[in-house]
Design a protein around this ligand. Sequence first.
Ligand code: NAD
Ligand code: ZN
Length: 361
Amino acid sequence: MVSVNLAERSYNVHVERGASKRVDRYLPEGAKPTAVFVITDDNVAPLYGGHAAGAFEAAGLPVFTEVIPAGESEKTLATVERLYHAMLAAPLDRKSLVVAVGGGVVGDIAGFAAATYMRGIPIVQVPTTIVAQVDSSLGGKTGVDMPEGKNLVGAFHQPLAVVTDPETLSTLPRREISAGLAEVVKHGVILDAAYFERLEALGEELLAVEPDTMHNVVLRSVEIKADVVSRDEREGGLRAILNFGHTVAHAVETLTGFTTYLHGEAVSIGMAAAANVAEVMGLCDGSVGERISALCEALALPLRAPNISAAEVIEAFGRDKKTVGGVPRFVLPREIGKVEIGVRVDEGALREGLVETGFSA
Ligand SMILES: NC(=O)c1ccc[n+]([C@@H]2O[C@H](COP(=O)([O-])OP(=O)(O)OC[C@H]3O[C@@H](n4cnc5c(N)ncnc54)[C@H](O)[C@@H]3O)[C@@H](O)[C@H]2O)c1
Ligand SMILES: [Zn+2]
């Protein structure tokens, strides 16, 4: 069990094989929901939606289940509004519990619905993708996309508990496995060299998502993210460390219309680029980039985006919502396990690092 320490909003993350079959047992002491509202998507519903619903039914609670179509395109206010109507029809009151069973899309939508329904009701996250287990279920960020851009409307709403079952990863499509592992690699680079070495030793074995292996990997990544979030709930400083590889990743995703690369694939390219930029600036030696690239390659992740130019990437930075006054601040590696945040990079070094990464000149 890992604790996210946020004063009265603290909660526990239970990483355990088979946990998704007994979600009801992980509610904090004294939590007595009047009803349970399971939100899942149409891929996950037949696999794990019933487990969560069944556990609460067996515990004697009224259970409602709402299944949304899978996919990022459903992460909209329209979906949230449909959920509100179903929640009102159930009806849920302020002591009812939302249970999100699925990947980051379900978690973000359900989280936002729970954050806003009757000004906020509790939610338990049951993440079933690697991305959701090591990233989106932790930290309380919830929200939806707008036609103008991703994640532009949302709220902070910390869960009551997170119930993480590594066994659910066995049904993930191969590309989703690789993409999720990019965030795992990121955790090693930013804060834990020994963890990175364990990941290197496992290499492509990770792609088999063997439950005991994934238990250990997910647990360490959860510890790392929980620690960062506990120290910086609202991204005042340290939490920016999690953006390693993400400045270039966001540019790549935007420039390809969010259709070519999964987020984690873009993060893989972004981490390679950040290492190259750091090397050009003399912040680290070439071995850092080589080790990141070798590990990502073993995990079947892309390392370059050949159809995009360095100039296009640099131009896209100016439009990034995380850019301060047009100048992106980078998270760059010093060595494996140690990064620097808020680094100013001049355009020459940036261009050189990007071209080195395979963006056309
Ligand atoms: N709130 C945060 O802090 C945060 C952090 C990172 C990402 N996100 C968000 O998370 C979303 C991406 O999450 P994701 O990568 O989990 O994508 P996703 O939720 O779309 O899931 C990926 C696919 O896998 C399917 N799936 C989920 N679990 C499965 C399982 N166990 N077996 C088989 N199929 C399964 C889903 O139906 C979907 O088709 C994005 O919207 C992103 O913005 C949020
Ligand atoms: Zn990410």
